[in-house]
Design a protein around this ligand. Sequence first.
Ligand code: SF4
Length: 475
Amino acid sequence: MPAFPEAASSAVADSQLRHNLQKATGTIRRKRAEVVEELDDWSDLRAAGAAIKAHTLSHLDEYLERFETAVTKAGGTVHWARDAAEANRIVVDLVHATGETEAVKIKSMTTQEIELNDALANADISAWETDLAELIVQLDEDTPSHILVPAIHRNRAEIREIFRREMGVSGKPAPADLTDDPADLAEAARRHLREKFLRSRVAISGANFAVADTGSLVVVESEGNGRMCLTMPETLISVVGIEKLIPSWQDLEVFLQLLPRSSTGERMNPYTSTWTGVAAGDGPSAFHVVLLDNGRSSALADEVGSQALRCIRCSACLNVCPVYERTGGHAYGSVYPGPIGAVLTPQLRGTESDVDASLPYASTLCGACYDVCPVAIDIPELLVRLRTKTVEEPKRRGPRGLDVVMRGVGWILGDARRLARVQRLASWSGSWLGKAGRIGRLPWPASKWTNARDAPTPPTESFRSWWQRTRGGNS
Ligand code: SF4
């Protein structure tokens, strides 16, 4: 996977992708703004959401133990996974123990993060995504491009083609006369999924929230597919990041107002499913929770960076981000794209790789993400902090091109006569360096800047010489 600047440059060249993204994010943005406007106490709710999450994270050890005790008491089993490999191994073993070779899945970022579907496929277990957008992504052997709408980069005509081409390969085919009408597409998906719902004895989910006091899990969704997975199978396995904990049932009151308004622009989401342990004759008879760390403890250890763990995955920050709107999610090289991905991924995975080190720069620092975040995560602050970290780390391996450029710029700006000389040179070169007011490409080391951005053509007359000419240098 290339680093963000290279991946983004091919994404922004795709005009169909940009059109799809602009249309979808613009619609969700407008809906969100309208329903948030309706609430007089939105800022109080936001502060409450941030406070509950911050409190839980600062006492996470206690709440995790309380959660485990409550789940066990209710007849469930808690498993602890340090990393993706351990979590995948636990889930594969649990499915094998049932004797089944397939499972239905509820949309889950956490299972995407650990690449559970691949691990299951390697163990000869077929996992069927049941969320409509996830189904589109899975059928197309694609990866999600958005937290909430994984297939946001696809338009209706493209989805129709995917359904017609792929549905028959893994189950009930799409009707021959399938149109790109949303109702037709939804009906085709419903029919394709129904046989899988009725057949599968195992379900795999994530969770939006885990309630420590009662050991309950909560899944918030829009299509009802989650509810089908949670009630019909005999075994339910939920993979839950440890940051999903909230202390009590009452705290849900805050998040069930913040989440739907921020994510889909709805006052209330259509389906909220909650379950606690097992009950004879009602729902799955075996219930497992895999509590996943996978870098979260080290993120938690950073006093400032840990605020990223407050994220409730609403995706509001993606929908307002001017960078995301032009590149889509694939350019981020992570299951968590957009502003939250740019701060969460480097904390979970570290900044050693070029991809992860480039993510804190995938932002204009405009601050729109902070304004809309329902749990008030100061994403720009985290981006700047991570940028500092990435600049300091590679120094151990010698200066990078951008460091060389910045040192050169510092040297020029450090002396007025040097600056004046460079300005004269720039004014002279401005007339032939770039066309249409922009320079697209410069040689190394300046290429480190122009590879990812256009530079403005220097003006043919600098402010300094204009002042000298018109005012004779008088202040
Ligand atoms: S960072 Fe905030 S706005 Fe972005 S997905 Fe998380 S909760 Fe939503």
